[in-house]
Design a protein around this ligand. Structure first.
Ligand SMILES: Cc1cc2nc3c(=O)[nH]c(=O)nc-3n(C[C@H](O)[C@H](O)[C@H](O)COP(=O)(O)OP(=O)(O)OC[C@H]3O[C@@H](n4cnc5c(N)ncnc54)[C@H](O)[C@@H]3O)c2cc1C
Length: 559
């Protein structure tokens, strides 16, 4: 990997970002060949592949097994299955959405291995919607030039995928599932290789409290970090723990500035915070369109694909329109889809609207952009390997390079499926070395969860869809001094708050350094894409002394 620093200044973060936080002395120890952290599509699928590779698996997850973004996914999974479609065309659409920053080889892997990975998921028991001939029904979403989104239960794809994978994992006695187990930090051996994790398991049994799970292979599948922002479509577990703990252990973290704001999240008023209801892109795929606060359609003038333009284009157009009209939301008009379509195709969204007093068959739906997905995360190669030996990352926690500056709709579930399979292949071929882990260094401590809301407000106001040097410097000024509040007593909320803070700091730094507008990163003071300076990736790591280094790296990936 090229480690040149590309003129990007280094920061000493030792006082600001805790390094390798100490856990309480582990009260118990357990062992497995592979530890998988997280039970969304990525973690569950990795566990199944690790078993196929002949490994024993400890699958730990911080809440109940079904919690995570996966169960909330509505639209579906993208795969070139139609006769008139091809992986090559899926590749082109993905590269266009990624605005020059996708790792083309990673995308090629995604789109060619996607259809077989989807068939494997069906073979495991997932039931996708079919047409009258029994073929998988395919719909279209923003940025796709073909109908290629496979869906389940109309708009309940994630719930069905989660159900099928949880059932498959439960059938395998070689996978031990531990729920309510919050992974705190990575354990490394004296050579710097991963050898397990520290974790806190709720309860007072033999394995209650803080313990150590030891394994020469650790797979992070902890999902995204929507909770870094105050308004997000992500559930409460999405606090970025995997990215933060990998960073503390010294792993490379990339592309954090590319945060996708979904254009059509139901607007529930200025005081709403936390997870907000999504109105899937598939609703526009079936013909719904946006209107501004005065009822005027505006997307046709913005992009040739109008309401089905890539997400960043739609989110930016909405923000501009909201600013021009002085409104806090726009409208999504799906009245002409008719009751039958709403009932059969979008039962979840229909229910979600109706419980809030909005009937999309007769009413306009108020929508505004909110945080939805992060393209960046733990930097991996094409086999899910991070820069730390024995540490893998899969799913939204990973930065494989497939999304570049912006994720194409419905490519993320697919990414979890495809790269979980590749990690399984690596695990099958390795005889990992087992060594005793060495102690991690003790950092300044945990942040009290009382600071979380202020931090999220800072991120919403200054690091959201609209960014500029002044807003980002304001954010840094508010975020970095918060670390002086460190010293809280360990509890789940404090660990999460500490992780959120670390990621908020690095995300803001990346956003400040990237002086251009590209994909989901929109700088008002640098409104153009700048290939001369920024056809490159920002990568951050923390060194042995706790100093934070951000460097530029070529897109190609650390193969
Ligand atoms: C509302 C919504 C709709 C979406 N719709 C689509 C769609 O239609 N198509 C699509 O492709 N994508 C969609 N996405 C994105 C997609 O759902 C996610 O990117 C994907 O599900 C991520 O899967 P994952 O397995 O990486 O993470 P998740 O499903 O989020 O799972 C993460 C797991 O890690 C666990 N965890 C986290 N931290 C810890 C810790 N410290 N210790 C132990 N366990 C931990 C969590 O409890 C959870 O089990 C949507 C997302 C949302 C929020």
């Amino acid at each position: 990997m090229n480690n040149h620093h590309g003129g990007v200044p280094e920061l000493n973060a030792s006082a600001l970002i805790p390094t390798r936080l100490s856990a309480d002395e582990p009260g118990w120890t357990t062992r497995a060949d592979v530890i998988v952290v997280g039970s969304g599509i990525a973690g569950l699928t990795t566990a199944i592949h690790a078993r196929q590779a002949g490994k024993t698996v400890l699958l730990v997850t911080k809440a109940r097994v079904s919690e995570g973004s996966t169960q909330w996914a509505q639209g579906g999974i993208a795969a070139a299955l139609a006769d008139d479609d091809s992986p090559e065309e899926h590749l082109v659409d993905t590269l266009v959405a990624g605005v020059g920053l996708c790792d083309e080889e990673a995308v090629r892997i995604l789109v060619t291995q996607g259809p077989p990975a989807l068939r494997q998921l069906i073979a495991l028991g997932a039931r996708f919607d079919t047409d009258a001939t029994g073929a998988i029904s395919l719909t279209r979403e923003g940025g796709h030039h073909h109908d290629r989104i496979a869906h389940a239960g109309g708009d309940a794809t994630g719930a069905e995928v989660s159900r099928a994978l949880v059932a498959a994992v439960a059938r395998d006695a070689g996978i031990e599932l531990v729920e309510n187990a919050l992974v705190l930090d990575l354990l490394l051996d004296s050579t710097g290789a991963a050898q397990g994790v520290t974790l806190h398991v709720m309860g007072t049994g033999q394995r209650g409290g803080v313990g150590a799970a030891l394994a020469p292979n650790v797979v992070l599948a902890t999902g995204g970090f929507g909770q870094v922002f105050g308004q997000t479509t992500n559930p409460y577990v999405s606090t970025g723990d995997g990215v933060a703990l990998a960073m503390r252990a010294g792993a490379d973290i990339a592309d954090l500035e590319f945060v996708q704001f979904h254009p059509t999240v139901m607007w529930l008023g200025p005081l709403a915070q936390g997870q907000q209801p999504l109105v899937s892109e598939a609703v526009r795929g079936e013909g719904a369109f946006l209107r501004d606060i005065d009822g005027t359609r505006f997307m046709e003038a913005e992009h040739p694909m109008a309401d089905l333009a890539p997400r960043d284009v739609v989110a930016k157009a909405i923000m501009r329109r909201m600013r021009a009209c002085g409104s806090s939301h726009v409208w999504l008009d799906g009245r002409h889809l008719g009751a039958d379509m709403w009932i059969s195709r979008f039962p979840t969204i229909l229910e979600s609207c109706r419980t809030r007093g909005i009937d999309p068959v007769t009413d306009l739906i108020p929508v505004a952009p909110a945080q939805h997905y992060v393209s960046g995360g733990v930097r991996t190669d094409h086999w899910g390997r991070s820069s730390i030996r024995g540490l893998f990352a899969c799913g939204e926690v990973a930065c494989t390079g497939v999304h570049g500056a912006n994720r194409l709709a419905s490519n993320s579930l697919l990414e979890g499926l495809v790269f979980a399979g590749r990690i399984g292949e690596v695990l099958a071929g390795t005889e990992a070395v087992v060594r005793d882990p060495v102690e991690g260094r003790v950092g300044p401590g945990l942040l009290p969860h009382g600071v979380r809301r202020a931090m999220q407000q800072t991120m919403d106001e200054h690091v959201g869809v609209l960014r500029s040097q002044s807003s980002l410097e304001l954010a840094e000024g508010e975020l970095w001094p918060l670390s002086t509040a460190a010293g809280a007593r360990p509890c789940t909320e404090d660990w999460e708050t500490t992780n959120i803070h670390a990621l908020a700091c690095v995300l803001t730094r990346h956003a400040l350094l990237r002086e251009e507008t590209r994909g989901s990163h929109w700088r008002e003071d640098f409104p153009e894409r700048d290939d001369t300076r920024w056809q490159t990736r920002l990568v951050t790591s923390i060194d042995e002394n706790g100093a934070l280094h951000t460097r530029t790296e070529p897109i190609g990936g650390p193969e």
